[in-house]
Each structure stands twice: as structure tokens, then as C-alpha cells.
Ligand binder design. Structure first.
Ligand SMILES: [Cu+2]
Length: 181
């Protein structure tokens, strides 16, 4: 009985692997049909991007550290280098995009804007920032060379994060919960 179960599992595994191989083959074939590499890259990115939405099986994660975007397109969490210092473009932010189940969600980071609501100003040297998408985890972005034009107590600085996915764009205002020295 156990042998039989084992072989059924083995067959299932093999067919799953075959299915994965076949879909990969199809994709490769599609790509070679396009003469321009840029075209196929865009197509493949878009497909992966949108297909992962709706895969809500499995255990739902914890959203407490995340900020929901205005229209619910994504939830985002920002981890900061420590300590945060003003007047030097040396701060680093790591962004993590997830869906409403706290599952990884590939989102394109469109803009990352520091703002101080109480004083109504942004920051200087914003053009020096470098936004990089993780090559392996497309829901993770690093923003390097972040400059705060002035210090502030915990919660005084916020980031307006703009992200796009499947042709839709949404915004989230994320509070920086630590002091900027
Ligand atoms: Cu200020």
C-alpha cells in the first residue's frame, strides 16, 4: 500500500516537473520568435508580474509592519539603515512589497519621496538616490544614498512611495518611526 502511494506521488512529481519544463520551453520558444530582446523582456516581466496575483494559497503572513497603499494595490514595509543621519546622502532603505495576505508581490518602485508634513517640505539631493530592484526577489527594492535635509524626531519624516503593477499605479505614505539625527 505504501509502495503504491509512493509511486503515485512519484508520478505526480514527474508530471509536475514535466509541466514546468514544458511551460519553460514554450516561453523560450516565444522569446526566440521575437527578434528584439527588449520586446520579449517586457512581455515576460508583465506575465510574471500579474500571474502571481491570486496565488493566495498557504499561510497568510503578518501585515502589522506594513502600510497599505491608498487603493490597496500593495502593502509596503521599509527597513532603514541605522542610525539615520541628516545632511549626508548615506542612508539606505529596503522596501518589501506584499499583497493583502502578506505574500511577496512584485511591484515596480516608481518614486520614493521624503516629506516632512509638519513643515511642508521634502528633501534636498533627492536626485542622488539610487533605486535598485533585487535580482532574485522582485518584491524587494533598495534605495541608496538617501539624504535627509534636516533631523527630526521619530515620526516627523515620512516617505511617499509610488509603485506600479500590471499597469496600475498606487501610493502609500510610510512613516519613519525612528529619529533622524
Ligand atoms: Cu523640516
Amino acid at each position: 500500500m505504501s509502495m503504491k502511494l509512493y509511486s503515485v506521488n512519484a508520478i505526480l512529481c514527474v508530471s509536475l516537473v514535466l509541466a514546468a519544463c514544458n511551460s519553460k520551453k514554450d516561453k523560450t520558444a516565444e522569446h526566440t520568435e521575437h527578434s528584439e530582446h527588449a520586446d520579449s523582456a517586457v512581455v515576460s516581466e508583465g506575465t510574471d508580474d500579474c500571474s502571481s496575483q491570486g496565488e493566495s494559497m498557504g499561510i497568510h503572513g503578518d501585515l502589522t509592519a506594513y502600510t497599505k497603499s491608498a487603493q490597496g494595490l500593495f502593502h509596503v514595509k521599509i527597513d532603514w539603515s541605522s542610525p539615520l543621519t541628516s545632511s549626508s546622502a548615506t542612508n539606505v532603505a529596503t522596501l518589501n512589497f506584499v499583497d493583502e495576505h502578506a505574500h511577496e508581490l512584485p511591484v515596480k518602485l516608481v518614486s520614493f519621496k521624503l516629506f516632512m508634513p509638519a513643515m511642508g517640505h521634502g528633501t534636498t539631493k533627492a536626485d542622488q538616490m539610487v533605486m535598485t530592484q533585487d535580482a532574485i526577489q522582485p518584491n524587494i527594492w533598495t534605495v541608496d544614498k538617501v539624504n535627509f535635509s534636516m533631523g527630526g524626531a521619530a515620526g516627523e519624516w515620512v516617505v511617499d512611495v509610488e509603485g506600479s503593477r500590471c499597469g496600475q499605479t498606487d501610493k502609500a505614505r510610510v512613516i519613519i518611526p525612528v529619529e533622524v539625527q
